[in-house]
Design a protein around this ligand. Sequence first.
Ligand SMILES: *[C@@H]1O[C@H](CO)[C@@H](O)[C@H](O)[C@H]1NC(C)=O
Ligand SMILES: *[C@@H]1O[C@H](CO)[C@@H](O)[C@H](O)[C@H]1NC(C)=O
Length: 413
Amino acid sequence: MTKALVIFGLGLLLLVNYGQAEKEKHKNKQQQFMSNLLEDYDVNDSPTANTSDATKVYVQMFLNSFGSLNAANMDYSIDVFLRQSWYDERLKFSSGYRANKTRITVNDPSIQSKIWKPDTFFNNVKDAEIHRVTMNNILLRLNASGHVLYSMRVTLKLSCNMEFKYYPFDRQECGVSISSYANTDDVIKYHWVDDTPIDLPDELEIAQFDLLNFETSETTQHFVTGDFSGLVVQFDLRRQNGYHVLQTYIPTILIVAISWVSFWLDPNAVPGRVSLGVTTLLTLTTLASGIRQSLPPVSYVKAIDVWVGMCMIMVFGALLEFTFVNWLANKKIVDSGRAFRIPKIFAGSDAEQLACAEDPAAKPPATYMMYARALDRLCRLLFPGGFLLFNLIYWPYYLIQQYSDPEPITVER
Ligand SMILES: *[C@@H]1O[C@H](CO)[C@@H](O)[C@H](O)[C@H]1NC(C)=O
Ligand SMILES: *[C@@H]1O[C@H](CO)[C@@H](O)[C@H](O)[C@H]1NC(C)=O
């Protein structure tokens, strides 16, 4: 009885084991195939380890999206499909594990890790992320002739040296630089693919910027640790002006124009003119500090500084002018003989009084009020005229340098 039970038990065990083995065999066809292929494979050796040549790694990037440039931190972010391909003779196979299959996509991370891959890194990266939703965004594909395609989706935050001399009418050159971290150029040599090394989506929107052009190049970097092959792509970007014209230039023009209202008020309207001058000056200061916040504290003068500086001078000038006018309006005339003669056009309604003043018989006016009024009238022309002249120089100067070059690139499909 016990014997029969033992035999039955053993038989059951065998059956279960056999079933599992069969299942395993079925499930891991790719694993079996790959383990055969990788039998004598050393993941530490580059494909050309036995020869004197370097392994040529061909790179292509598909630019998924281009994040906005962050001026304050001098960086920008991009989302790319980084595609690297190389030839590994050891991975040649005559037929795949399924009939007529000349390409194998390796999904299993444990197998992926057994295949040699270049140790590419981004020289100017600040932060990087590989996407894992819903699966690792990695493609590793072999074909029968031994070519490997290794593609991954990465979101990168890259540093970019920006120059703000012409801000906000600036153009920036931001690049992506890749290279091998540990393998010198006699082991790995990078090349851009011949056909469209940088692939752009149909509609590439970059906040505030137009992509004018890009330039790819192959480099060799010399460090104390050796010479490393690398690749660089530089994007030529031009800032769109709409945002700053709406948010900065138009408001400041209005503030400056409002400060001129003061010239039409009475020289003795102290509360009105002082509050007008001080309010406009304070508003301008607030606006200026808002602009400063989005920029790094660079030590040179930017285009926006020139503008804000000029607006400050205009508003401050109007306030100073009032101080002088008010002082004049209240100053008692001591010696009318030495009085300055006011031209007719600025005399206005004071012309009669002026005539009286010239007449020695007439009673001299108590104060220099008419001079004050004349000065106000002069400033009504002088201030807007000066500001207009400044604008006529400012805008062409900065816009010409910004638009002196080609139109934004259009993607050809
Ligand atoms: C494999 O290719 C051959 C010739 O190209 C074809 O006759 C055959 O039907 C293919 N087999 C499968 C399973 O696709
Ligand atoms: C493998 O890929 C390379 C490069 O894409 C190609 O030149 C080659 O013809 C492919 N071989 C096969 C068998 O598909």
